[in-house]
Design a protein around this ligand. Structure first.
Ligand code: PBG
Length: 322
């Protein structure tokens, strides 16, 4: 026998020597939920270990991220009240803009602050955009709102805007509005391949979503791959600074394809339902929790993502450090 691949697996040291991918705290981006009007942090159904934070307790999360070596956070905000236009998203004093401003003041430029650029947390119908006369999500009307929202988030001090709404032309429009208003330094993390996924279920609890129905007219069909390549290409053409694939685990082929064609860093989002699956299987004693999480994180890296947006970011960065 000439080939004995087991030689390279014989000891922990040799496995370390030939390990192809690495994971560092800087690869991990921590999503954080800030809930307006909350007096104490609150648990989220379906997301064990993840909390809705108050406007002060989320600052402690930023400190924890910093000391774990995590260099980026993704902020989502839940407003006290909603309307069909999602107007709280455009209010300079709305909860997300307040949170971004407070975060910036708290951490200076030591953390990359990513702000979710989408209307779904702010609309009473729960859709990611405004509705047209027919009741369908109006693409171009929504772009107008994204442009205004982007400006406020940029003014508040966000480094990157997480364009997650899946409207056509959103990256190009937001880029143009930012540039015309002197915010050429504010970047866009484009959700370039975002699928209409059942795995967002627990997140809808996290943001108290009022959505009925689904997002299939704007998010991608999970049967498709070419559609993702197109989405990634369009976002690159329109000036995306980072492209993201979401969810991650059912879509590692898409992460890999993105890494193959992208001229900018690729991110992948390990979403709430993926967290729920692992946490609940582990809570039942069916699988080893940490082993499963490491495997998931390294698999996303192996598929080609440089950045992993994950609710386990701070905890696993701490483990990497320690
Ligand atoms: C929408 C948004 C969603 C998630 C992040 N941003 C939900 C959706 O598209 O319905 C899901 C994240 C998760 O499930 O962890 N702006």
């Amino acid at each position: 026998m000439i080939h004995r691949p087991r030689r390279l697996r014989a000891t922990a040291a040799i496995r370390e020597l030939v390990a192809e991918v690495s994971l560092t705290p800087a690869n991990l981006m921590q999503p954080i939920f800030v809930r307006e009007g909350l007096s104490a942090p609150r648990e989220i159904m379906g997301m064990p270990g993840v909390l809705q934070h108050t406007e002060t307790s989320f600052l402690t999360e930023l400190d924890r991220a910093l000391s774990a070596g995590v260099v980026s956070v993704m902020l989502f905000a839940i407003p006290e009240s909603r309307d069909p236009e999602g107007s709280a998203a455009l209010d300079p004093n709305g909860i997300l803009n307040r949170a971004v401003r407070a975060a910036r003041a708290h951490v200076s430029d030591h953390l990359v602050i990513v702000a979710d650029l989408c209307l779904d947390e702010f609309t009473s119908h729960g859709h990611c955009g405004v509705l047209g006369a027919s009741g369908a999500v109006d693409n171009d009307g929504t772009l107008e709102a994204y442009g205004l929202m982007a400006l406020e988030l940029a003014r508040a001090g966000a480094d990157l805007l997480g364009a997650s709404g899946m409207m056509d032309g959103q990256v190009g429009h937001v880029r143009k509005v930012l540039d015309q208003n002197g915010f050429d330094g504010t970047g866009i993390l484009a959700y370039a391949a975002k699928y209409a996924s059942t795995f967002y279920g627990p997140f809808r609890n996290a943001v108290e979503s009022e959505l009925t129905g689904n997002r299939k007219t704007y998010q991608q069909d999970y049967r498709n791959r070419t559609e993702s390549i197109r989405g990634i290409s369009l976002d690159l053409e329109q000036g995306a600074d980072i492209v993201m694939v979401k969810p991650a685990l059912c879509y590692l082929d898409i992460v890999s394809a993105a890494a193959g064609i992208s001229s900018v860093p690729v991110a992948a989002y390990l979403v709430s339902g993926e967290l729920a699956m692992i946490e609940s299987a582990a809570a039942n004693g069916f699988i080893d929790r940490d082993g499963a999480i490491w495997e998931a994180l390294y698999s996303v890296r192996r598929a080609g993502a440089q950045i992993i947006c994950t609710y386990w970011a701070i905890e696993f960065a701490q483990k990497l450090k320690g």
